[in-house]
Design a binder for this molecule. Structure first.
Ligand SMILES: Cc1cc2nc3c(=O)[nH]c(=O)nc-3n(C[C@H](O)[C@H](O)[C@H](O)COP(=O)(O)OP(=O)(O)OC[C@H]3O[C@@H](n4cnc5c(N)ncnc54)[C@H](O)[C@@H]3O)c2cc1C
Length: 447
């Protein structure tokens, strides 16, 4: 978090419906999310560097939101009252080599954790497209990478330390409070302040990344399962034009005999001869090494390198999780919208995510494919387009990414999340007065 940004901020409070901050396009001196599309509704930010400070702040405030690295595109993290940042809590608390777990402060990012883990001989099972994000924020929003045997990043959480609305320290773990724990991990910031996260780790491993260009759409239609299962992690990038997927990113593990055989042709696509960015016009310098060069897991699993701007920067994002069995139908349904989608699009990405048992995970009890859209930063146009895409994906019970832009009605969320009533009960247990609620939660969860 850039502290100078906050010092320059003027107080501004919005009494806003769900999307009004997006429409505001506020001036430069307001606290914003990473992409700059959302001006938060207050600049009041407090930074805590100890558990006691977190407890104290929570006890003395009637309303607040935890703020991570601000990478969400919607107002899930917004507050009209004040923010609590745990940025300074960014240290490894304990590495338990025997139990294969690491416990970290909730302000830590994957970019900070991963090199440390590798230096100790350990690794995580997967990463998102970028390492810049906080572990607590990523788990709270069910952030995911790719790979059909890989659950989202929250599935690596084995335990949480959390401060409730009353300022009490709560310990929840997969082993000791299994059911509540499954409800709390993807918590959307609604239950309390996560102060520590314990993650499952495994022996470190090396990977190679290959990119193929111009995969015919007919190959996606006829061989989707074979394509997705061809390596540990597979991503398909497309602008939906010309009946083809522009780039296929394949991330292959060197261990366990899982190495991908990088033949010059892959289902009709051609092996790239240089590093590429998913958005072809942008420099590949920001991207992780490709061309089959071996490297540690944390320098191959993300698409973008730490220390460089991920994705495009000035952009919007939306993403929908579709149950795996409907993958091809759903992809073809979006492809039929190509002439409406493409003018506003930078790139789409299709990934696979394993099913899990976390209540508010979009992959709850269902393996999914995700259809992602990186949009040009034209919110009025995207705002009009999202219901059109959502209408096409509704027959497949598509679930939107919690941290990206969507217009799925709350009633539909209620229908497609069977554990929502249990989640509401759980949040009332730890936050009976709604201290951690905001407009997003009131509308989409508690409305
Ligand atoms: C360029 C880019 C690429 C992306 N790529 C991916 C991707 O590959 N896969 C994917 O799934 N998503 C992706 N995202 C979405 C995004 O990364 C996640 O939703 C993000 O990880 C949220 O983490 P954050 O720390 O930025 O959270 P914030 O936006 O700061 O907050 C998100 C939510 O978490 C809560 N929260 C944060 N910290 C705490 C805490 N300590 N205790 C309790 N609640 C907390 C907040 O209150 C809020 O409700 C991408 C975003 C960008 C900008």
């Amino acid at each position: 978090m850039n502290k100078r940004t906050f010092l320059r901020l003027c107080a501004a409070v919005f009494a806003s419906p769900v999307f009004s901050p997006l429409l505001t396009w506020a001036s430069n001196n307001r606290l914003k999310n990473w992409a700059g599309n959302l001006a938060y509704s207050t600049d009041r930010l407090y930074t805590a560097d100890s558990l006691e400070q977190v407890q104290d702040y929570i006890r003395h405030h009637r309303q607040l939101k935890l703020l991570g690295t601000r990478h969400c595109f919607n107002n899930i993290a917004d507050s009209t009252h004040g923010f609590l940042s745990l940025n300074p809590l960014d240290k490894v608390v304990r590495l338990d080599s025997a139990a294969h777990t690491v416990t970290v402060g909730a302000g830590m990012t994957y970019g900070q954790l991963c090199p440390y883990l590798h230096s100790k001989g350990f690794a995580l099972h997967n990463l998102a497209s970028l390492p810049h994000i906080s572990i607590a924020g990523a788990c709270s929003t069910a952030t995911h990478g790719s790979g059909e045997t890989n659950g989202n990043l929250a599935t690596a959480a084995a335990a949480l330390e959390m401060v409730s609305a009353a300022g009490e320290v709560i310990q929840l773990s997969r082993r000791q409070n299994a059911e509540e724990f499954r409800g709390a991990v993807v918590g959307l910031g609604a239950l309390g302040a996560i102060t520590k996260v314990t993650l499952d780790i495994q022996p470190t491993y090396f990977m190679r990344q290959y990119v193929y260009e111009d995969l015919p759409l007919s190959a996606v239609r006829d061989h989707f399962d074979a394509i997705e299962s061809s390596a540990y992690s597979v991503s398909l990038f497309t602008d939906w034009q010309n009946q083809r997927v522009s780039e296929v990113w394949i991330k292959s593990r060197e261990d366990k005999g899982q190495a991908f055989d990088a033949t010059p042709e892959f289902f009709g696509a051609k092996l790239a001869t240089k590093n590429l960015h998913p958005i072809a016009e942008l420099s590949a310098e920001n991207c992780t090494e490709q061309m089959g060069v071996p490297g540690p897991w944390y320098e191959r699993l993300p698409h973008f390198r730490m220390g460089f701007t991920p994705s495009a920067g000035k952009e919007l994002q939306s993403e929908y999780f579709v149950p795996r069995q409907h993958a091809v139908e759903a992809i073809l349904a979006v492809e039929r919208l190509r002439d409406r989608v493409s003018p506003h699009l930078m790139i789409s990405e299709i990934r696979a995510v394993a099913g899990d048992d976390l209540w508010l995970s979009p992959c709850y009890k269902q393996p999914c494919v995700t259809i992602h859209f990186t949009w040009k930063q034209d919110w009025p146009a995207v705002r009009n387009l999202l219901p059109v895409i959502e209408k096409e994906l509704t027959p497949f019970n598509a679930r939107p990414h919690w941290g990206k832009l969507f217009t799925t009605p709350p009633a539909e969320l209620k229908r497609i999340y069977e554990k929502l009533p249990d989640f509401i009960q759980l949040s009332k247990k730890y936050d009976p007065q709604g201290k951690f609620r905001n407009q997003f939660l009131e509308t989409n969860i508690f409305g």
